[in-house]
Ligand binder design. Structure first.
Ligand SMILES: CC(C)(COP(=O)(O)OP(=O)(O)OC[C@H]1O[C@@H](n2cnc3c(N)ncnc32)[C@H](O)[C@@H]1OP(=O)(O)O)[C@@H](O)C(=O)NCCC(=O)NCCS
Length: 203
């Protein structure tokens, strides 16, 4: 097993030659929290979570699976999770599109990649692995994505994910100065994975 080096600066130990997807470990968390801080600075994701909230954003209480992409030194350069769906208009849209109930769905969440290694295939690998994990539990993968995240939308389009709704997600917790959205809500698209038989992945 690789030793994880959470003290390394974001982006400085990364080799794009080798990336491996594995389950997230407790030792990854400090680095992932710093990584999501960096992603937030670059992309504005997450838009409404800052400071100490970033740790519980990454390590949520409703995870069915949590994965990292690690480089050849064992350093986490990306993350994706599979969450138990909550009752919400987003989940309703996914349920209507797939014909699945709550227990037959899984929400792909917390997908992010070190800004230093973008467009190297890491996000695609993480999305595929999280999607496979959901199907492996006989749950149809779905997600919601803020309309202001064009890279993510491009990734989902490249994998053949289907837009099945648009929802305004209203924040119940107060905004802070560092929030990256306007007003008290964000407009998000609801997407479902293509059926497993659909030829959606690059060869
Ligand atoms: C979305 C994200 C995870 C993609 O990670 P990545 O490692 O750069 O993605 P990949 O290299 O695997 O890209 C796979 C495909 O997605 C599409 N894509 C990804 N980023 C793109 C961009 N900036 N412009 C155009 N297409 C893009 C392309 O089709 C790409 O294939 P190609 O490089 O062969 O053309 C990354 O940009 C990120 O962390 N964004 C901020 C966090 C975020 O928005 N998370 C989603 C929350 S719902």
């Amino acid at each position: 097993m690789h030793a994880v080096a959470p003290e390394l600066p974001i982006g400085q130990s990364v080799s794009e030659e080798f990336v491996r997807i594995r389950k997230r470990r407790d030792q990854d968390v400090d680095r992932l929290v710093r990584l999501i801080g960096s992603v937030r600075d670059v992309d504005g994701y997450p838009s409404h979570v800052t400071g100490a909230g970033l740790q519980t954003f990454v390590v949520a209480g409703d995870e069915l699976a949590a994965l990292v992409a690690e480089d050849e030194a064992g350093v986490a350069v990306g993350h994706a999770a599979v969450h138990e769906p909550a009752v919400s208009p987003v989940t309703d849209a996914a349920a209507a599109a797939t014909g699945r109930g709550l227990s037959g769905l899984a929400c792909i969440a917390r997908l992010f990649v070190d800004p230093a290694v973008r467009r190297a295939g890491v996000g695609g690998l993480l999305l595929d692995a999280a999607t496979d994990a959901a199907w492996g539990m006989d749950r149809w993968p779905f997600l919601d994505v803020w309309e202001a995240l064009p890279n993510a939308l491009a990734l989902y389009d490249s994998r053949g994910w289907l837009r099945v709704g648009t929802e305004d997600i209203v924040f119940t917790s107060p905004c802070v100065e560092a929030c990256r959205h306007v007003g008290n809500s964000i407009r998000s698209h609801v997407l479902v994975a293509p059926p497993p038989s659909a030829p959606s992945r690059p060869a």
